[in-house]
Ligand binder design. Structure first.
Ligand code: ATP
Ligand code: MG
Length: 326
């Protein structure tokens, strides 16, 4: 049976891109596989952040994930920093990771360009990610498209470790992508990202959703209502695929290409479907938020379980590395 691992940073609010790109799959996979999901706070500190709010954001991310449908009786949810073996394995994996590969990572180049002084942690981010996955010997990783390059590197790191220290020691993990693997931000410029402020939050009110969706970028070539559009380059059409029925998606496609609908009509249908789909998520979020001690208990149980799994792997890792065990 496959073991699934994935993580999300508490670097801002859980947004639509996270949900349709990754978290919806996390929820679905619980029914089939053993799933381990992490709120990766050690990754989040590689970007500028406020220490005074990190713990609150971590808790709020847990609320969002539980509201989205993670079920603590069917998956393991924990906070990365509560399992110190992640950082330990990362150090080990650093020793088999080629520096040149890290320097070529698109996310590193993008995020480094936005920081005045680039911390080494930003460069080593994908090594920590590889450690997250390999610590649990997970072989399936549900992510958005932006993480494919990191996952390819994780496979390579596993491969290099295995060559050096023992064939088959770590599995080479494969991605699981959704049909909406890349959602753009509302400005249509870059991918929707917590750190770019171009998001629709999963837990926003119907009014907020409409206020953000209404002016959002569509097919840039569609300048007037009479111009036919190309749904294949429209971010709103991408999001339709996650929230609208296949008949509605086909209808939207036709109406766009023939200029039968203006963008606003298309967005209104999407907003209605999104609001309906997300209403129960908002309700569940309010319930979890009212019981923070229960959320912390879920995370505590998850961390205890993960520490045991992680330590079992690390005992083996230390052994094959030849570290003194006396
Ligand atoms: P940050 O800007 O801090 O990197 P983020 O919004 O990119 O935050 P992450 O925590 O880095 O979110 O990623 C969590 C998961 O969400 C990953 O699997 C990632 O691939 C997925 N994801 C993030 N943004 C998008 C997007 N715009 N479309 C599809 N999937 C996405
Ligand atoms: Mg990201």
């Amino acid at each position: 049976m496959h073991r699934v691992f994935s993580g999300i940073q508490p670097s801002g609010e859980l947004h639509l891109g996270n949900y349709v790109g990754a978290v919806k799959n996390w929820v679905a996979l619980q029914a089939e596989f053993e799933c381990v999901y992490s709120i990766v706070d050690l990754h989040a500190i590689t970007q500028p952040y406020d220490p005074a709010v990190l713990a609150a954001r971590t808790l709020e991310m847990a609320v969002g994930l539980l509201a989205a449908g993670l079920d603590p009786s069917r998956c393991t949810l924990f906070v990365q920093s509560h399992v110190p073996q992640h950082a330990e394995l990362m150090w080990v994996l650093n020793t088999v990771t080629p520096l040149g590969h890290l320097e070529r990572m698109t996310q590193f180049k993008d995020k480094a360009a936005r920081q005045e002084s680039v911390p080494a942690g930003l460069l080593n981010y994908p090594v920590l990610q590889a450690a997250d996955i390999l610590l649990y010997r997970a072989d399936r990783v549900p992510v958005g498209e932006d993480q494919l390059q990191h996952l390819e590197l994780a496979r390579e790191i596993a491969h290099k470790f295995n060559l050096r220290f023992g064939e088959g020691f770590f599995p080479e993990p494969e991605p699981i992508l959704s049909t909406t693997k890349r959602v753009l931000g509302l400005d249509g410029q870059a991918k929707m990202s917590k750190s770019l402020g171009n998001t629709i939050g999963l837990l926003e009110s119907p009014e907020e959703i409409w206020a953000k969706l209404r002016p959002a970028m569509t097919d840039p070539a569609r300048k007037t209502r009479k111009d036919p559009g190309d749904p294949d380059v429209c971010n709103i059409f991408t999001i339709h695929k996650a929230f609208s029925s296949s008949e509605q998606v086909a209808h939207v496609d036709r109406q766009c290409r023939t200029a039968g609908w203006g963008c606003l009509e298309c967005k209104r249908l999407l907003a209605d479907n999104m609001i309906a789909a997300l209403a129960p998520v908002r309700e569940r979020a309010a319930e979890w938020r009212a019981r923070p001690e229960r959320v912390r208990e879920v995370l505590g149980d998850g961390a205890a379980r993960c520490r045991a799994l992680a330590e079992a792997t690390m005992v083996e890792v230390r052994r094959v590395l030849g570290l003194a065990s006396w």
